[in-house]
Write a protein that binds this ligand. Structure first.
Ligand code: NAD
Length: 390
């Protein structure tokens, strides 16, 4: 019988709706899928604004208590990890307070509403000496991991081009109510921070650091109802559409689109990497697959793209869940992400480069700011970030 891990860590979760459900699901699944888990996470406290709903979430998921103020999680000495799933304006204060109290952090993306805020969160957490990871969950999709391994092994030759799109149709209907996502004060930006940030993280993960950007943005619906069916409206002050281009430090070029107004698109994150000797193509809506093109002799009449079902035992995370061909879904990478953090807490692996840490979150925010500045000014913007605590 395998020995149980001696490391037990209490967890506090901020948020219970939206993406928090994927983290809560990961907390439930981790101990039996990755058995024995390097860390035994205990569900201690969950926080949200509405007492009734957060209380129901505590009972549903098995937390010891529910709180309507996140400070209770920060003050609780039984909590060693805070998972922050609050809207973007709820990332900085709880993360910095929790880091100051010695708690490890898993914070949703974008880390801050702008690069300045993300830098404060990164540097404060780094100085506190806690582990920090950003919820760039798409790094933990087996097909994305395989893509990275192939690029790094030189299977594509030199990377020449990267093109990414993250689009959905959540904003196309003007009667869709205003939420925190349409407010610059709460969100920092619109589809750039919400959607493009994921594609930018994959650009950095797969190709390298962008050094310069250009961009254009547009607000499609400048006002939205304050609630479903309401006549009263509220101003939208962040972009619904973004189109941009990236120039990587290694000479590769990239394009990027983000939109909430693409009818029929639901969670359409796709990227293509072109190298001198091949191409990779990924689409989140078919996340078990990676399309691969490598030149074959002209005598091969079956030459062309092949679709690799990334579920074999020798693929990333192969054999962790089910037999080959027994596919995974959107929720599984959240379990992989949490397992990676558990291994980091247990001292088995560093957080980066396979996961994004808060420095990655800061660099991502620098890129988002540069793209927004390029769109605002119509100029090409150089990407500049600090590399150490300053
Ligand atoms: N990694 C991903 O794939 C992914 C997907 C969706 C959202 N996100 C990110 O997750 C964060 C949350 O987005 P969402 O879609 O889940 O939002 P949401 O509006 O659906 O949920 C936000 C949660 O935060 C809680 N909350 C809000 N203000 C609070 C406060 N002051 N105190 C305590 N709790 C508070 C709410 O009760 C709710 O549970 C955002 O930063 C977003 O960018 C990431």
């Amino acid at each position: 019988m395998a020995a149980r891990s001696p490391l037990t860590i209490g967890v506090g979760v901020l948020g219970y709706a939206g993406v928090a459900r994927a983290h809560l699901n990961a907390l439930k699944k981790l101990p039996y899928i990755f058995w024995p888990s390097p860390v035994d996470f205990r569900l201690v406290g969950i926080a949200g604004r509405l007492a009734e709903s957060v209380g129901a979430a505590a009972r549903r998921y098995g937390f010891a208590y529910a709180a309507t103020d996140w400070r209770r999680l920060v003050d609780d000495r039984n909590i060693g990890l805070l998972i922050n799933c609050a809207p973007n304006d709820g990332h900085a204060a709880p993360c910095l307070a929790a880091a100051g109290a010695g708690k490890h952090l898993l914070c949703e993306k974008p880390l801050g509403r702008d690069a300045g805020e993300a830098k404060r969160i990164w540097q404060g957490s780094q100085e506190a000496g806690v582990l920090h990871q950003v919820g760039f969950n798409y790094r933990f999709i087996p097909a994305v991991r395989l893509a990275r391994e192939m690029v790094q092994a030189g299977d594509l030759g030199n990377v020449l081009q990267f093109r990414a799109r993250y689009t959905d149709d959540s904003l196309v209907d003007p009667s869709t109510p205003h939420t925190w996502r349409q407010s610059k004060r709460a969100a920092g930006s619109g589809v750039v921070g919400d959607l493009a940030s994921h594609a930018l993280d994959l650009a950095r993960f797969l190709v390298g650091e962008p050094a310069g950007v250009v961009g254009m943005s547009r607000i499609v619906h400048p006002r939205r109802p304050v609630s479903p069916g309401a006549r009263q409206t509220r101003r939208v002050d962040v972009e619904d559409l973004f189109v941009g281009a990236l120039e990587f430090a290694n000479g590769a070029m990239g394009t990027l689109e983000a939109s909430g107004c693409a009818p029929g698109r639901k969670n359409f994150l796709t990227f293509e990497v072109n190298g001198t000797r091949g191409t990779l193509l990924f689409n989140l809506e078919r996340l078990n697959e990676l399309e691969v093109y490598r030149p074959a002799p002209r005598s091969r009449r079956d030459r062309g793209f092949v679709t690799v079902l990334v579920t074999e035992r020798d693929h990333p995370y192969g054999g962790t869940w089910w037999p080959p061909g027994h596919i995974l879904g959107w929720e599984h990478p959240f379990v992989h992400q949490l397992h990676h953090l558990a291994r980091a807490i247990a001292g088995e692996v560093p957080v980066p480069p396979l996961a994004a840490d808060f420095q990655d979150g800061y660099r991502n925010a620098v890129l988002c700011d540069a793209l927004l500045e390029a769109a605002r000014t119509g100029r090409r913007v150089r990407v500049q970030h600090v590399t150490r605590n300053t």
